[in-house]
Ligand binder design. Structure first.
Ligand SMILES: [Zn+2]
Length: 98
């Protein structure tokens, strides 16, 4: 699918997507870290919050991350997944500079 976006627009859009991906990754990693820490330290609560609550938050965040990855992590030019990684220079699918 050809795109009429300028190279600058494509780069800007991809940077926006990447920024959201980083935020969502952080939201996913933090509750998992708390959950794993609670397991390692053998405590049932952390900061007054039950271990199972962290597990529930972490699971929900993981689902959100997966949905984002599948639905929103797209090349602004061709609309396909451009390939993983935080410092991608070009789209794996159409080759446009990102
Ligand atoms: Zn592409």
């Amino acid at each position: 699918m050809p795109s009429d976006k300028t190279p600058d627009e494509i780069k800007r859009e991809y940077q926006n997507t990447l920024r959201k991906a980083k935020v969502i990754s952080a939201i996913t990693i933090v509750p998992w870290s708390f959950y794993l820490y609670a397991n390692i330290s053998d405590s049932q609560t952390l900061l007054g919050i039950g271990k199972i609550t962290f597990l529930a938050i972490a699971s929900t965040a993981t689902i959100g991350y997966t949905l984002f990855w599948k639905l929103a992590w797209k090349c602004p030019s061709c609309g396909n997944f451009p390939g993983g990684g935080w410092s991608r220079q070009s789209c794996n699918s159409c080759g446009v500079a990102l």
